[in-house]
Design a protein. Structure first.
Length: 133
């Protein structure tokens, strides 16, 4: 998976950050922070590129660039203030100081459980042998 993501990125494919919430039972919808960290590690992205994959690039690909994804006048003001510099260290995203959604302060809840730092390597599945009668 890591090699595939790196090849896609090298070929110019836009990668988007996702938490996979809803697809993985029990994974909370606020687990995107972990998804950003895993994507950055697997695709060998800089923290800045990983943050873009979760914000402006996602908005662009989804056709929402005139609504969200950037801090610009007339766009939805959705942002985090964190303790630390996430453009250098993505783990700073887990140290919330302020959450603003649609221009209003939102009280942050307990952070989601940490994601593994290295994604589990997938193993090839054995193919059943074919017998010819």
């Amino acid at each position: 998976m890591c090699a595939a993501l790196q090849q896609l990125r090298a070929a110019g494919v836009q990668l988007l950050a996702s938490s996979d919430a809803g697809a993985i039972p029990g994974l909370p919808h606020d687990a995107l922070r972990g998804g950003i960290e895993v994507l950055a590690e697997m695709a060998r992205m800089t923290p800045v590129d990983a943050l873009k994959a979760a914000t402006s690039t996602s908005a662009d690909v989804l056709g929402l660039e005139t609504e969200c994804g950037r801090l610009l006048p007339h766009l939805s003001a959705d942002f985090l203030v964190v303790a630390g510099n996430p453009t250098e260290d993505l783990s700073a995203l887990g140290r919330l100081a302020l959450v603003v959604a649609a221009g209003s302060r939102v009280e942050p809840q307990a952070p989601p459980p940490p994601w593994p730092k290295i994604a589990r390597q997938s193993r090839p599945r054995a193919r059943p042998s074919r017998r010819i009668a």
